[in-house]
Design a protein around this ligand. Structure first.
Ligand code: WTA
Length: 642
């Protein structure tokens, strides 16, 4: 094994090269990452590569360096790729014209947007929240924030006004960017109205920039709201990039954990940049002429890293799609691939499962000849979906990469490198260079050897590791670093096969993954408990054919609220309405069961294991129920579930 890293290690091309890079990255991480980071544009080089105390939850990467990530995404490419396509936008409506922007055009648009933000009082370090459809201005606005050193916090445009307000207030955002409305298949949603409602309780927000998209009339609040197209009219198309420190925050992205309130995961500038670029190029084995399509919404981390930052850092062409896979029909994804000659396609198992349920003609009537690599992300991909995707989309000739990672990891952690390292159905495979996974027992000791299972943890800091949770560092330490000191704890369970490949089994904490969206059970329970008919609730996940996991809610009604069977539908509808208002449609329970009691231990803890079994429809192996306060409750719940 070589002991010194060279710039060649930044791009793996063979299995041997992978092993070499892996060895170097774990034995000589500072040297390895210095070599990988070399080709970026730095205003000033780092003084140390990595300093990390995992037990304390403290890590820095490239300390001392100065840079701006947009200079690396845009300016750096102008000389050689100025006329190359940077962004292709495919609208929801097939009849509307798509849009293509070259690197030069994207650079200008980002600078223009950055100037509008500056003119509206945004300063370095200010937080800007974005609540927008999947339109080019979303990508442009994200980069505009980064250009001037503002911290972006994108809120998925399916969240409710209450959820927006929680996030805006937590980040103390000064400005919000939104649009008049958004398209989702056959539906149109008045986005600005949702923002207006949210901002009634957000005193930190001074300005709202509204991007015109549907041409809908909106209520503009004087002094506060401005139209983007009016503001952009006479501003310059150049804007100097703010010089940032390596560890200055780049963005906040809220995600759910096992405790009630979603937390703002913070990623910083230099480490995230290196990780996004490195993982993108190596996992997908990207070549100069690739057209890369990541179907994730920019509201989630996958959209951040693999729709915006990864592809643009690498100088690739990225495709952004406003619509949904089933509109106008279930052939839309495949139509878009043929239309734009997409060569790398990255989507989620939930989309695959939804499309699998449709007649096969929807996919067989497209050629898909341009495809070279296909990928999956967000949740475990079941064997049937893996094979369908491999056979009908990849045509058995495109490597399929099942990529495991998290909002907190910034980029892909465990995955095949397309065509280089092994790809095995339902396995994410080998760790990327820089990633040192271990399986832990409940007592925190490491499980040695293969053919084993355990809690998945990471033993060494990688460049994209979560730095903090916004406004509350102790929460980050508590959640990720204190459970097993010396490790980053993922919250997932995993299995390691005879060849050292990892299979992700699922969450071991109280997080449910619904169609690739994370929710804490406590978060949904808190929402349900806002309903005046409810005294208490317990939420669990259960296997769902399309969504991966569905949401099953057990509720106890207030006395007198549910007198007979006839009251049930009304109560259920009202509980759903509450969840939609508190969180958004994406967190709507799939099943609600009204119960008279919940299975609790004598110390008052809900035994979720039992509720999960009932929700799964498996009541034969409930395990020991003798420690329950009132074992009879279980029989009533089983009876009620029938
Ligand atoms: C799950 C999405 C199995 C996992 C990038 C993780 C996966 C959570 C996979 C993070 C995969 C993600 N196989 N499970 N390939 N990818 N997960 O933060 O449980 O939205 O902890 O990040 O999704 O979800 P998040």
């Amino acid at each position: 094994m070589p002991t010194s890293a060279t710039p060649q290690h930044a791009r793996i091309r063979t299995l041997e090269g992978y092993h070499e890079a892996y060895h170097l990255s774990t034995h000589h991480p500072n040297e390895f990452w210095a070599a990988v980071a070399e080709p970026f544009t730095w205003r000033r080089k780092w003084s140390t590569v990595m300093e990390s105390d995992m037990a304390a939850g403290e890590t820095t990467w490239f300390a001392g360096a100065r840079l701006n990530i947009t200079e690396n995404c845009l300016d750096r490419h102008l000389a050689t790729r100025g006329n190359k396509l940077a962004l292709i936008y495919e609208p929801n409506d097939i009849k509307e014209r798509h849009l293509r922007l070259t690197y030069r055009e994207l650079h200008q648009r980002v600078c223009q947007f950055a100037n509008v933000l500056l003119n509206n009082g945004v300063e370095k370090g200010d937080r800007v929240c974005l609540y927008m459809p999947m339109i080019p201005e979303l990508t442009i606005a994200v980069l505009a924030c980064a250009r001037i050193g503002a911290v972006h916090s994108v809120i998925f445009a399916g969240f409710s006004a209450t959820a927006i307000a929680d996030r805006v207030n937590d980040a103390q955002a000064k400005l919000v960017i939104t649009s008049d409305g958004l398209n989702r298949g056959a539906k149109q949603i008045p986005v600005k109205r949702v923002v207006d409602e949210a901002l009634e309780t957000c005193p930190s927000v001074r300005k709202v920039v509204v991007v015109e998209h549907l041409g809908w009339p909106v209520q503009m609040e004087e002094e506060r709201d401005v139209w983007y197209h009016e503001e952009a009219e006479d501003v310059a198309k150049t804007c100097p990039a703010e010089e940032m420190k390596a560890e200055d925050p780049l963005f906040i992205l809220y995600t759910s954990g096992s405790t009630g309130k979603p937390k703002g995961v913070v990623h910083t500038t230099a480490g995230y940049m290196v990780w996004a670029d490195y993982t993108f190029r190596n996992v997908f084995q990207v070549e100069e002429n690739d057209v890369f399509w990541c179907t994730a919404d920019v509201g989630w981390v996958t959209g951040h890293t693999y729709l915006i930052y990864g592809p643009l850092l690498a100088g690739s062409t990225t495709l952004m799609f406003e619509g949904i896979p089933t509109y106008p029909d279930a052939g839309r994804f495949w139509e878009v691939i043929d239309k734009h000659s997409v060569s790398v396609f990255y989507t989620a198992p939930t989309a695959i499962r939804a499309l699998m349920a449709e007649p096969l003609d929807n996919v067989l009537s497209y050629s898909l000849d341009s495809l070279r690599v296909i990928g999956s992300v967000g949740e475990p991909i079941n064997e049937e979906a893996w094979h369908w995707y491999n056979e009908h989309v990849g045509k058995g000739r495109c490597p399929l990469v099942d990529t495991w990672w998290q909002t907190e990891t910034g980029g892909i952690m465990i995955s095949p490198l397309a065509g280089i390292t092994p790809s095995k159905p339902t396995y994410a495979g080998l760790p990327l260079p820089g990633v040192w996974p271990v399986l832990l027992r409940q007592d925190g000791t490491e499980v040695e050897g293969n053919e084993e299972e355990g809690y998945l943890a990471i033993k060494q800091a990688w460049p994209g590791i979560i730095r903090t949770t916004w406004g509350d560092h102790s929460r980050a330490v508590q959640t990720y670093f204190a459970a097993y000191p010396g490790y980053y704890f993922t919250g997932d369970g995993a299995r390691r096969d005879a060849n050292g490949l990892y299979r992700i089994i699922g969450r071991v904490d109280d997080v449910i993954n619904v169609s690739g969206h994370r929710f804490g059970t406590a978060e949904i329970e808190n929402a349900i408990n806002q309903n005046p008919n409810v005294v208490e609730s317990a939420v669990v996940g259960y296997p769902h054919e399309v969504k991966g996991q569905g949401i099953y809610a057990y509720i106890i009604c207030r006395e007198g609220a549910c007198k007979s069977e006839a009251d049930k539908p009304r109560i259920e509808a009202s509980v759903i309405e509450t969840v939609v208002a508190e969180i958004g449609k994406i967190a709507r329970p799939d099943k609600i069961q009204i119960v008279t009691g919940l299975p609790k231990t004598r110390s008052g803890k809900i035994m979720r294991r039992i509720l999960r079994k009932v929700a799964e429809g498996d009541t034969t192996t409930l395990g020991d129920t003798s420690t329950l306060l009132d074992p009879a409750v279980v029989d009533d719940i089983i009876e009620g579930a029938k």
